[in-house]
Design a protein around this ligand. Structure first.
Ligand code: SF4
Ligand code: FES
Length: 204
């Protein structure tokens, strides 16, 4: 696989063909915030928090670093006034849905985002898709999926599958940047399927 040289935040970075800008930055120890990225999953490009700026012909272009492939001689900036402003607004919109998310709160502090800027619509899920994609792509179980579309979109456990597969797994729980996933599982469990034993129920 051929090597590609690019510059990220002024640093020469060596990447392999097929890598994304995010992967190249991470391999060089340069941090870019992410909310929907996971190294074991196909790029999703949903949250947009990982946007970076490319220098092109005297101007700049914004791209989503977790899906944008590295190119020879690319010049990338991971922080600028414009990037920080966009990340701040994105965080303010997400915080309207999940104001208590520790991950969002940490990023809000870093980017000066105001969690009260937008009217609260506490749906708690920020649609990062990590749970749905992890269950499908890594575990191959599809025990949790998205239902509905647009603003009504939400995740839902499929009780028939979850009742069999989730008890000894729950690997998706720590991936969720909010507390919604765990809450949804507990709700599904209590409404749709009983615990296999009172002992395991008490472990939940
Ligand atoms: S429940 Fe959590 S992990 Fe799943 S899509 Fe929503 S925010 Fe992401
Ligand atoms: S991490 Fe790149 S779009 Fe979410």
């Amino acid at each position: 696989m051929s090597e590609i040289l690019l510059k990220i935040d002024g640093k020469e970075v060596r990447a392999s063909e097929g890598m994304t800008v995010l992967e190249a930055a991470q391999s060089a120890g340069i941090s870019i915030p992410t909310l929907c990225h996971h190294e074991k999953l196909e790029p999703f490009g949903a949250c947009r928090i990982c946007i970076v700026e490319l220098e092109v012909r005297g101007g700049t272009r914004l791209v989503v670093s977790c899906v944008y492939p590295v190119e020879r001689d690319l010049v990338v900036r991971t922080r600028s006034e414009k990037i920080d402003r966009i990340r701040k607004i994105l965080l303010e919109m997400l915080l309207a849905h999940a104001p208590d998310s520790p991950k969002l709160q940490d990023l809000a502090e870093e980017y000066g985002a105001d969690k009260n800027r937008f009217e609260k619509e506490a749906s708690f899920c920020i649609h990062c898709g990590l749970c749905v994609r992890y269950c499908a792509e890594v575990k191959k179980k599809n025990a949790v999926g998205f239902v509905d579309r647009g603003i009504r979109k939400e995740i839902s456990f499929i009780p028939q599958i979850a009742a069999k597969e989730c008890w000894n797994c729950k690997e998706c729980f720590p991936l969720c940047p909010t507390s919604y996933l765990q809450a949804s599982f507990v709700l599904t469990k209590s409404l749709a399927f009983p615990s296999p034993s009172s002992e395991s129920a008490s472990e939940e």
